[in-house]
Design a protein around this ligand. Structure first.
Ligand SMILES: *[C@@H]1O[C@H](CO)[C@@H](O)[C@H](O)[C@H]1NC(C)=O
Ligand SMILES: *[C@@H]1O[C@H](CO)[C@@H](O)[C@H](O)[C@H]1NC(C)=O
Ligand SMILES: *[C@@H]1O[C@H](CO)[C@@H](O)[C@H](O)[C@H]1NC(C)=O
Ligand SMILES: *[C@@H]1O[C@H](CO)[C@@H](O)[C@H](O)[C@H]1NC(C)=O
Ligand SMILES: *[C@@H]1O[C@H](CO)[C@@H](O)[C@H](O)[C@H]1NC(C)=O
Ligand SMILES: *[C@@H]1O[C@H](CO)[C@@H](O)[C@H](O)[C@H]1NC(C)=O
Ligand SMILES: *[C@@H]1O[C@H](CO)[C@@H](O)[C@H](O)[C@H]1NC(C)=O
Ligand SMILES: *[C@@H]1O[C@H](CO)[C@@H](O)[C@H](O)[C@H]1NC(C)=O
Length: 451
């Protein structure tokens, strides 16, 4: 058995944090992390940084990280960012590093495109060069990004304009992107005005995100909150996210590129989140899910003023699967459609996708939802050759303006659901996923349909 991540908040000075141990899959959010102080700490001021919001600090950050690399085998080190506005272009992190943003410290992303270099596409997506993200990690171990509610401000307005006018030559940068990295903690921070995705862990393991506030204006085009992508053992908890598109979106690659890369998003625990997305979804699965998405437990959500509450999206050519999903304790208010499962949505990476690569959506339990100010209760449109199966709804009560559930190519079971769902969702209870999730978080749901 793996050691649970044990966590102790040692806050003696500000040079906190190094993650020890590995998390046990079964309790991913409930683990307790071990955070030891880093033995060394340096301030960004020691590298000539100026926090006036005008001076470009990219070199200061790059030099600081370069210097701190030498502490990797000595317990790691902390880079301390004092109060101020620290304008910078993109920089890389290193292993065994804590980046600490003091109260009143804001890292401001440069809005000048010439400060951003480009990188090739991710192998599970195949297409398209992209701008490097503001904060990057590649192949890292033990990284903590935290603070006393310091801020990353992506200054995204200029990127949103370029995106909307179609003048961008590459995909927009993210605020934080971590690739092939392990043991990551992101906590106690505010993220504002992201150019596109706020936090993107891809091919990562053991990623904990807690106590973050993510905010962009709700008309920011396709700006996403957190996107766990082909990553496992991910916990996101105690956070508030308001963005222009999906607040949390689980993904795992695009069409043939994702199928070939074959790395699922699995063992994910989302807990105690307050979400808002007027043009997107609170929680979404896909539409890029070609490496598979499984074993996800979601509990204690409030989703307000959103287009969709929970969305499952896929299309022919994706391959992959979405399965073993348990979502419970969801309070919805003013949401156009509470639940969407759509098998005909999402574009293709290119025209070489395999039309016979049919995605599978099965074993989804949704339990204990309440909603007021809901438009449509649910819309389930599966794929003819690969209908959605074992979709189970229990204890779901939605005040809707139209009574309807829309269902096609879907099967499942419902118990204590109002308004009354469609026939397709009233088949035998034996079709139900024996839910409860893998985290034992919601004991009432565990074994609920245990026959
Ligand atoms: C950042 O990391 C990438 C590889 O992920 C590398 O190509 C690039 O040169 C690095 N930049 C700096 C400034 O170290
Ligand atoms: C998190 O932020 C709170 C409030 O700003 C602060 O009191 C606390 O020390 C921070 N915790 C860590 C681990 O930085
Ligand atoms: C963190 O800062 C943001 C603004 O920068 C503020 O809205 C939020 O309330 C703060 N959170 C905490 C826990 O202090
Ligand atoms: C895209 O490239 C063209 C041609 O090089 C350039 O004129 C244009 O400014 C670029 N777009 C943006 C948003 O920089
Ligand atoms: C939920 O998260 C908020 C911070 O966003 C925290 O104040 C609250 O105590 C958490 N509630 C539970 C039940 O964990
Ligand atoms: C999903 O749940 C079923 C039934 O509980 C279990 O047999 C299976 O191993 C789980 N995992 C995946 C990835 O399907
Ligand atoms: C249902 O969800 C609500 C809101 O998240 C929670 O407070 C309540 O305890 C849950 N009820 C059951 C029976 O799990
Ligand atoms: C199921 O899907 C097939 C193919 O997409 C479609 O022709 C059929 O009408 C669907 N069934 C229903 C009941 O809508």
């Amino acid at each position: 058995m793996k050691m649970p991540v044990a966590l102790v908040w040692l806050l003696a000075f500000t040079n906190v944090l190094l993650i020890r141990g590995e998390s046990n899959d079964a309790t991913i959010c409930k683990d307790h992390f071990m955070l030891d102080p880093r033995p060394h700490s340096v301030s960004i001021l020691e590298f000539g940084a100026v926090g006036d919001g005008k001076y470009l600090n990219t070199l200061a950050f790059q030099n600081a990280i370069f210097y701190l690399k030498s502490f990797a085998d000595k317990g790691g080190a902390q880079l301390y960012v004092p109060p101020g506005k620290w304008l910078t272009g993109s920089f890389n992190l290193t292993s065994h590093l804590t980046l600490f943003l003091e109260k009143g410290a804001t890292i401001l992303a440069s809005p000048d495109q010439s400060h951003w270099d480009t990188v090739s596409s991710l192998p599970s997506y195949g297409r398209g060069k992209r701008y490097r993200s503001l904060i990057n990690g590649d192949n890292l171990l033990d990284v903590v990004i935290t603070g006393d509610n310091g801020t990353f401000d992506g200054q995204g307005a200029v990127w949103w304009e370029w995106f909307e006018s179609g003048t961008l030559n590459y995909s927009r940068p993210h605020i934080i992107e971590l690739v092939s990295s392990k043991n990551i903690l992101i906590s106690n921070l505010t993220f504002l005005n992201a150019p596109s995705v706020n936090i993107h862990p891809v091919y990562c393991s053991h990623v904990h995100i807690r106590k973050v506030l993510i905010e962009t204006t709700v008309d920011s085009p396709y700006v996403l909150g957190v996107v766990p992508d082909s990553s496992d053992n991910v916990c996101i908890q105690d956070s508030t996210i308001t963005v222009g598109h999906d607040t949390i979106s689980l993904k795992s690659g695009w069409d043939q590129y994702g199928i070939n890369y074959n790395r699922p998003t699995t063992n994910v625990h989302l807990r105690n989140l307050s979400l808002k997305s007027p043009t997107g979804a609170g929680i979404s699965f896909g539409s890029e899910m070609s490496g598979g998405i499984s074993d996800v437990t979601v509990e204690l959500l409030t989703i307000q003023s959103s287009h969709v509450g929970v969305a499952f999206r896929t299309t022919r050519g994706r391959g992959g699967y979405i399965r073993n999903i348990t979502i419970s304790g969801v309070i919805l208010s003013r949401v156009d459609t509470a639940i969407v499962a759509d098998g005909h949505t999402g574009s293709h990476a290119d025209d070489k996708y395999d039309r016979d690569a049919l995605p599978v959506v099965t074993r989804v339990l949704m339990r204990n939802f309440t909603g007021e100010g809901i438009g449509l209760a649910g819309k389930f449109t599966g794929i003819g050759e690969s209908p959605f199966t074992s979709i189970c709804l229990s204890d779901i009560h939605l005040q809707t303006s139209s009574e309807s559930w829309v269902c096609s190519n879907v099967s499942g079971f419902s118990d204590d659901v109002s308004p009354e769902p469609c026939q397709e969702l009233m088949s035998s209870p034996s079709s139900c996923f024996v839910g409860g999730g893998i985290y034992g978080g919601d004991t009432a749901a565990r074994g609920y349909y245990s026959w």
